[in-house]
Design a protein around this ligand. Structure first.
Ligand code: NDP
Length: 290
């Protein structure tokens, strides 16, 4: 059993990006973060992204907007960044307040600066296997983990648990596309799937992205499978100072002895998401300066 070290892989990618940014002949990339409201998780995610950007040499700007902001006012802020040639990437931290339409907001970002890969145009490019688009950071990170762990996907049965716009669907497209990693036979499961365990037991590679702690048990896994656990769930834990701890969608202790490869939570997919955001920002900078 091989526990995939997402922290180490992300660190290697960040080091490579730092070297590349340091050698850019024409300035350095800029990413603009927009955070709406004071959600503690969003504050912490944006801080982590800012810190990583600065460590690489990517200039990071942050705009914090009040929870009460109207959609029109938010769009006006996005438009300012769209028009600013010095800004290469724009990231709007989700979740947004309920009165704001998230899809419309993501589509307001100039697709050339859509480093989150959520714009309809970039999702379309992913469907068409057009490499000029931006791929959403978490699925891009999953692919990178699979690639760097030398997990064969060609002809394999990949089962994706979850069909969200930001993880399940793009991960499905990436696994089915022509290429390496890719060329897999993919089954997508969701809350209406019947006989779920019968399907997951057929998986050579199982990508779990449903947001339910310890959902995947050992009875649901084929011995020798590789498992990518995307879930981030907080559960009570009296032994911790905070009274809680983070776990994935997979019952790691029970499932890991059966697996060929498995990602831990934390320290698996999570750090890769931030690394891929930085990679996308450098890609946007290069495209704008070529
Ligand atoms: P969503 O809530 O948007 O989607 C969850 C998906 O799981 C849906 O497709 C849903 O089905 C499906 N699902 C829910 N319950 C079941 C069930 N009992 N059986 C089968 N399918 C089910 O979640 P996200 O995709 O945004 O996130 C998934 C997890 O990944 C979360 O824990 C999240 O925190 C984590 N995450 C981690 C990231 C990282 O950087 N590591 C980044 C993004 C997310 P249906 O469509 O029918 O409702």
């Amino acid at each position: 059993m091989n526990i995939i070290d997402g922290n180490k892989i992300a660190k290697d990618i960040i080091e490579d990006l730092k070297n590349e940014v340091g050698q850019l002949p024409n300035g350095r990339p800029t990413v603009a973060f927009i955070r709406v409201g004071e959600d503690p998780a969003s504050i912490s995610y944006v801080r982590k992204k800012q810190k990583t950007a600065e460590a690489i040499g990517i200039h990071a700007e942050l705009t914090v907007l009040p929870e009460s902001i109207s959609q029109e006012e938010l769009f006006a802020v996005i438009e300012t960044y769209n028009k600013n040639d010095a800004v290469n990437g724009i990231l709007i931290q989700a979740p947004l307040p309920k009165h704001i339409d998230e899809t419309a907001t993501f589509n307001q970002v100039d697709p050339r600066k859509d480093v989150d890969g959520f714009h309809t145009l970039n999702i379309g490019k992913l469907c068409q296997e057009d490499a000029s688009g931006f791929v959403a950071c978490t699925p891009a990170g999953i692919v990178e983990l699979i690639k760097r762990s030398q997990i064969e996907t060609e002809g394999k049965h990949v089962v994706v648990l979850g069909r969200s716009q930001i993880v399940g669907k793009p991960a499905t497209l990436l696994m089915v596309r022509k290429g390496t990693p890719g060329n897999a036979t993919v089954t997508v499961c969701h809350s209406r799937t019947q006989n779920l365990a019968d399907i997951t037991r057929q998986a050579d590679i199982l990508i779990a992205a449903i947001g339910k702690a310890h959902f995947v048990t050992k009875e649901m896994v084929k011995p020798g499978a590789s498992i990518i656990d995307v879930g981030i769930n907080r559960i009570p834990d009296a032994t911790k100072k905070s009274g809680t701890r983070l776990v994935g969608d997979v019952d790691f202790d029970a499932v890991s002895p059966l697996c060929e490869h498995i990602t831990p939570v934390p320290g698996g997919v999570g750090p890769m998401t931030v690394a891929m955001l930085m990679q996308n920002t450098l890609k946007a900078f290069k495209a704008m300066n070529s």
